[in-house]
Write a new protein. Structure first.
Length: 285
């Protein structure tokens, strides 16, 4: 499928959006020097062209990992992430396509193993959201697309990666605070995030006996291209993040360390768990 066909098939608005055009720019840069916690590892990071995915790719590279940068069609952003990874002295490949299709997910894993040599970490971060005030505003196409991108892709990627993940491997899924609190304008998105939380727990039980850990991160409101490009209503965007106890939105580099912790040996006694970088919001587990 061509880039144009992919965009026409998926978009009902400006999603997923260009970080290169966003002002102010999200903060992606790691806070600290690396300590080799992912030395010799290979990671797939979906949605790594921008936002949380870019921050994760940058931090993983600083800690020694080679990165497969998976994204939809924002080639300028993906090229920037690739340059960030390479500036850390690590290898990077870029893979553009629709994660809602199984064939592309199969290709992502196959090309990662072929070009980078192995696979140790799978970060399922890519997602889409659409703001709708009424449930009747959600089209059948949008409903299917949101579930395909946000949860079907995780099944497809894990299925493709399963034979390449051995003892000590880690899978980290990106869920959301909306999985726990809901969101009245994000009915379909919140539903997929609830599914991701349940998927994380069930997959952990399925794989833990083989030494593969599965955990998740549930960010709160984070400043990425997703919301200003159509993922939030103008009213919500005007006060984005202000309702958190910290009174502000988070930055991608404030979320990435949670992914690093779950990817490295520091969390070797954790599986089926969810971390909550959300500005201090208390949620049930």
């Amino acid at each position: 499928m061509s880039d144009t066909e992919t965009v026409e098939r998926i978009r009902e608005d400006a999603l997923p959006g260009h970080e290169s055009k966003l002002e102010p720019k999200p903060d992606w840069a790691p806070f600290y020097p690396g300590s080799g916690r992912l030395a010799g590892k290979v990671a797939i990071v979906t949605g790594a062209d921008s936002g949380i995915g870019r921050a994760v790719a940058a931090l993983f590279a600083r800690e020694g990992a080679d990165i497969a940068i998976v994204y939809l069609c924002e080639h300028d952003d993906a090229a920037r992430t690739k340059a960030i990874v390479e500036a850390e002295g690590r290898k990077a490949i870029t893979l553009a396509g629709d994660l809602g299709g199984k064939d592309f997910c199969d290709r992502v894993v196959a090309e990662t193993v072929q070009q980078l040599g192995s696979l140790h970490i799978l970060v399922n971060n890519a997602g889409e959201q659409h703001a709708d005030k009424e449930i009747t505003d959600i089209t059948e196409q949008q409903l299917k697309r949101t579930f395909q991108t946000n949860i079907f892709s995780m099944f497809f990627l894990v299925q493709a990666a399963r034979l390449h993940l051995g003892k000590g491997a880690a899978i980290i899924n990106c869920t959301s605070v909306t999985s726990y609190q809901g969101s009245k304008e994000l009915l379909d998105y919140s539903s997929t995030k609830g599914a991701i939380t349940a998927f994380t727990r069930a997959l952990s039980e399925n794989l833990v006996g083989d030494g593969i850990r599965v955990n998740a991160v549930a960010p709160g409101p984070i400043w990425t291209p997703l919301n200003p490009s159509g993922g939030a209503s103008p009213e919500k965007l005007a006060t984005f993040g202000e309702k958190t106890p910290m009174g502000r939105p988070g930055q991608p580099n404030e979320v990435a360390p949670s992914f690093l912790f779950l990817a490295c040996e520091d969390s070797r006694y954790m599986s089926g768990q969810v971390l909550h970088p959300n500005g201090g919001t208390i949620v049930g587990s």
